[in-house]
Design a protein around this ligand. Structure first.
Ligand code: HEM
Length: 412
């Protein structure tokens, strides 16, 4: 796809609005204005939905410097925090303190209670179960008509079945778990319905945690149960953490399966590299490159300054909000030459699609493994897979936390 080479330049207004629109003809590229700012004003003020004017940081190197600076905070109770939307601003004061809204040392303590199951060695043990989940879903696709919505047939079920496996949800409850988690995360579902279903899911996880406290197994809920017993975390914290894992890991991974497939179908020569290799290292590298290229978290990582910070000749004042546009950083030519090219052979591991610093994605090893299994299975088992719609007819989600498609019609 050569589209990215001809993407237009951005607007050039004095205080740009954030988020910034993408160019319609380049649906997979970062917003042109964000790219222009990266080149000309890499640390600059923008205006957000509530009139706030946080700093926008677009360069790969600047993001690394700031996201590991202890003066840069994730405290969403700070009045300067640049909330993503009105809903997030409303729930911040009533949200429990979790890994997603605390700084060291509290963040370090909380993160330690959940880190264990997500280290590479533990996650790698899930390769076989994940392979079975993916194979079973592809068997179902192949048993039906030679067309499907890839989102419903594969992309959404994979992460919810995997999280169910990880948390130790009994197989008989998989249908309930998968249907409820899909409903909670479906943006077309009415908010009241989503609240009702998420309440049922939390109640379900709480009951399951109770059972694991009595009868522990080899799963994440049992492990958290052990920490509850040891007084290291409360039962409510453990249930909240279970729901957070489900929410943080579901739509993101599903999007990387559907949008990733779209990107690969648009680049047949790259897809061929993936289809023809049986080298796990090549597949792992390909997954990181697709993560870099798409950088699906489109709302930016949000922080607030706890003290004055000087960077690139600019002073970010204490109390100023900050937004880190991950996609602009992952297309920074200083970090990735010819960043606009999807090149599955490039060394892409230093990308920031999972963020950077102490809050870097807890589930990244799991997400990588799920994507490695899907990317190394789907295109081999269905080599004639093709997009069953015109690119311009696909509906992209420009407002969610992750940038994706509402459905991905495919045929074979
Ligand atoms: C391709 C899939 C995924 C992407 C692109 C992604 C992206 C991200 C990003 C950018 C952050 C950083 C947020 C920040 O710094 O404020 C993050 C944090 C997080 N992610 Fe993921 N994620 C993915 C999958 C998962 C999975 C599978 C799980 C869990 C099972 C998960 C759980 C979390 C949690 C709990 C955090 C918060 C960590 C903290 O604040 O210390 N994510 N993710």
């Amino acid at each position: 796809m050569t589209e990215t080479l001809t993407c237009p330049a951005g607007g050039g207004q004095s205080l740009p609005e954030y988020p910034m629109p993408r160019a319609a003809q380049c649906p997979l590229a970062p917003a042109p204005t964000a790219q222009e700012l990266r080149a000309e004003k890499p640390v600059t003020k923008v205006r957000i939905w509530n009139g706030g004017t946080p700093w926008l940081i677009t360069r790969h190197a600047d993001q690394r410097t700031l996201l590991t600076d202890s003066r840069v905070s994730d405290d969403d109770l700070d009045p300067g925090f640049p909330y993503v939307n009105a809903h997030r601003a409303m729930i911040a004061p009533v949200s429990p303190r979790m890994i997603t809204n605390t700084d060291a040392p509290e963040h370090t303590r909380l993160r330690r209670t959940v880190n264990g199951p997500f280290v590479v060695k533990r996650i790698e043990k899930m390769r076989e179960p994940i392979q079975k989940i993916v194979d079973d879903l592809i068997d179902e696709m192949l048993a039906g008509p030679a067309s499907a919505d890839l989102l419903k047939a594969l992309a959404l079920p994979v992460p919810s079945l995997v999280i169910a496996e990880l948390l130790g949800v009994p197989y008989k409850d998989h249908d309930f778990f998968q249907t409820s988690s899909s409903t909670v995360l479906d943006s077309s579902v009415a908010p009241e319905k989503a609240r009702e279903v998420s309440g049922a899911l939390a109640a379900y996880l709480d009951k399951l945690l109770g059972e694991k406290l009595e009868n522990p197994g080899d799963d994440v809920l049992s492990e958290m149960g052990g920490r509850v017993k040891a007084g290291e975390m409360s039962r409510t914290e453990a249930v909240h953490m279970g729901v957070a894992m489900l929410i943080a890991g579901h739509e993101t991974t599903a999007t990387m399966i559907s949008l990733g497939t779209l990107a690969l179908l648009q680049h047949p020569e790259q897809l061929a590299l993936l289809r023809e290799t049986d080298d796990p290292k090549v597949v792992a590298n390909a997954v990181d490159e697709v993560l870099r290229y798409l950088t699906i978290v489109q709302t930016g990582v949000r922080r607030v300054a706890k003290a004055d910070i000087e960077i690139g000749g600019v002073v970010i004042k204490a109390g100023d909000g900050m937004i880190f546009d991950l996609h602009a950083a992952n297309w920074d030519p200083e970090a990735f030459p010819e960043a606009q090219r999807l090149d599955l052979t490039r060394q892409a591991r230093t990308h920031q699609a999972f963020g950077y610093g102490p809050h870097q994605c807890l589930g990244q090893n799991l997400a990588r493994l799920e994507l490695q299994v899907v990317y190394s299975t789907l295109y081999r088992r269905i080599p004639t897979l093709r997009l069953d719609a015109a690119l311009e007819d696909l509906e992209f989600d420009h407002t969610g936390t992750t940038y994706g498609v509402h459905s991905l019609p495919v045929a074979w």
